[in-house]
Write a protein of this length. Structure first.
Lengths: 252, 344
């Protein structure tokens, strides 16, 4: 937590002001404002249908937005695209994982570095070794087709693939979705580990307790609007959060 | 029918089948990556063959005008977009790639008399004239509607096909062309004569198929194309843009088409509109593979070639009918054995 104390001096990786997203005439997100600093985990928690996935899809450029997004000190204009943002080190691990099912784990990882390869970097094998250090399970499964992996391994592969791009900002969409509690714990342990590498992480979660425990700062998203925000230690004890998202002291 | 005729027909069927197999692979590739049913695939066959024939006859192939025209239009479209986006640094590059290279090609064509060049150089020149049409047509006709439904893309394909047929007639005239055989070698196999050209077609096709296999299995760009075919969103999130994948698959399809045309032009007389029927037979092969499986598509295409060849012996008038009727039992069989497609 001590890293947070110098917040004023930390580099802002992502800043969003008054962001709105609509599907046709329906506003899915309205007036969102948030900040992510370097080496920080920020979480957005909220119930199903609050617009969490929409938020991440909008940030990575899959959806058109209104409002202001400043990424790495640069205001994003109308010409922003997924490809440009990926080139600038923003990577999304989507809720559905979106793996290349009929390819080996190794090829999935390799393609995570596709854009770096195109940009002329040839350090894929070293990066892959780093990813295998973080997820030893992927090393064991490297020859296997992605489709044959278990749910937890798929999530690991999706995260490993994202790390192959050496991201500066990692967007994680519900990494705990559909996983057993033990696996969730392992995934979240890895997320804290990533933070030490200096990656900024925006973590969207329904599993509020797990998310608030690893994150530094949290936002609560309800029906398309941010209703609450604060350092996670405050949110964990905030009665409104406890009542709606954590339940009465029950751990899982 | 005795053994000799059977072997002769088999030889014919195999060499045609090899070409259909190449086209079937290109069709599966384009469909898997871009969801485009690439009807104009056959036009690349005709353009390849006829461009080579014009070069050999000492005429200026009309293809160069098409390359120049499409390049200019693309330069205008992309250039004005770059202007509006204030990306001035990109403009010289856009002009150089889209206008400079075609102009250079035209210069070469005017400067040297292509007819006197050695055959491999002529072939290379023909490929350089026809292959760029693939990505150029993708850029102009398909990229603006890349997100549209399969049906819309199919309609665009029909339009491109009809346009190219018309342009082909304009450039190459109504009369057909046949290029001299690459090799006069022939072998005797028992009583049958094995034509060197036939062997060349089969060998070249096999080499190309193996090369494609390595491209898709071993190179990161090949894997990126497969990834796009498997999961478009996932690929985009890795920075593999639909445009890049589309351009790449159309370049490959155009290369395969033009190369096939060059391979068969010594065997068959090619007219400006011959490509359609050839492409359609490749399409039957691709359908046998469900527009998804490369090996089944290739095998299906060879079956089409053999079926065509043997039916031309027994029921010559019904040869096309027999080949295209094959699609009905295939579709029936495919629809009966369709499995539920799993997510992810």
């Amino acid at each position: 937590m001590s890293e947070l104390d110098g917040e004023g001096e930390k580099t802002v990786v992502l800043e969003v002001r008054d962001l709105s997203v609509s599907y046709g005439k329906v506003d899915a997100l309205h007036g969102i404002g948030l900040k992510v600093h370097r080496g920080e985990i920020v979480t957005v928690i909220g119930p199903n249908g609050a617009g969490k996935t929409t938020l991440l899809c909008a940030l990575i450029g899959l959806l058109p937005v209104r409002g202001e997004i400043v990424y790495l000190g640069e205001r994003q204009d109308a010409g922003r695209s997924v490809e440009k943002l990926v080139r600038q080190g923003m990577t999304l691990v989507p809720e559905k994982r979106e793996l290349f099912a009929e390819m080996s784990v190794e090829d999935n990882l390799l393609l995570g570095a596709f854009d770096r390869y195109r940009a002329g970097h040839r350090d894929q094998l070293e990066t892959m070794d780093d990813v295998f250090d973080i997820f030893p399970r992927l090393m064991e499964r490297r020859e296997q087709m992605a489709a044959t992996l278990s749910g937890g391994e798929r999530q690991m592969l999706a995260m490993g693939r994202a790390l192959m791009a050496k991201p500066r900002l990692l967007l994680l969409d519900e990494p705990s979705l559909g996983l057993a509690p033990l696996v969730i714990r392992e995934i979240f342990r890895t997320i804290t580990q990533l933070k030490k590498l200096g990656v900024a992480i925006l973590l969207v979660e329904q599993n509020a307790r797990a998310a608030l425990q690893v994150a530094d700062y949290g936002y609560v998203l309800e029906t398309g609007e941010l209703s609450l925000e604060g350092p996670t230690r405050d949110l964990l004890t905030d009665p409104r959060v406890v009542e709606s998202y954590l339940g009465l002291g029950g751990r899982h | 029918m005795d053994l000799q005729i059977a072997l002769l027909l088999g030889q014919d069927g195999l060499s045609n089948g090899a070409i259909y197999a190449l086209l079937a692979l290109a069709l599966v590739l384009v469909f898997a990556v871009t969801r485009v049913i690439f009807i104009p695939q056959g036009e690349f066959v005709a353009f390849g063959a006829l461009t080579l024939a014009s070069l050999q006859a000492g005429r200026l192939p009309g293809t160069i005008w098409l390359v120049l025209a499409l390049g200019t239009v693309i330069a205008l479209v992309d250039g004005s977009r770059a202007l509006r986006g204030r990306q001035f640094r990109r403009i010289p590059w856009i002009v150089l790639v889209n206008c400079g290279i075609p102009l250079l090609l035209a210069g070469v064509l005017f400067a040297v008399s292509a007819a006197s060049l050695p055959l491999p150089v002529q072939v290379l020149l023909a490929l350089m004239l026809v292959v760029p049409l693939g990505p150029m047509i993708y850029r102009l006709a398909y990229q603006p509607v890349a997100e549209a439904s399969v049906l819309v893309l199919l309609i665009v394909s029909v339009a491109v096909h009809v346009t190219l047929i018309g342009i082909g007639l304009l450039f190459f005239g109504a009369e057909g062309s046949r290029t001299p055989a690459f090799t006069d070698v022939s072998f005797e196999l028992g009583d049958t004569l094995l034509q060197g050209q036939t062997i060349l077609v089969v060998v070249a096709s096999v080499v190309l198929i193996v090369a494609l296999y390595f491209f898709f299995e071993r190179t990161i760009y090949g894997k990126a194309l497969r990834a796009t075919a498997m999961n478009r969103t996932g690929a985009r999130l890795m920075g593999i843009s639909g445009t890049l994948a589309g351009m790449l698959s159309f370049t490959l399809a155009a290369s395969i088409g033009a190369f096939s045309g060059i391979l068969i032009s010594p065997i068959t007389t090619i007219y400006y509109d011959s490509g359609f029927l050839i492409g359609l037979k490749g399409f039957v092969g691709a359908i046998i593979g469900g527009l998804a499986s490369y090996p089944v598509a290739a095998a299906g295409a060879i079956l089409v070639g053999l079926l065509e060849s043997y039916s031309s012996f027994w029921a010559s008038a019904f040869k096309e009918v027999i080949v295209f009727t094959l699609i009905i039992p295939v579709l029936l069989w495919r629809s009966l054995k369709t499995r539920h497609v799993e997510e992810e």
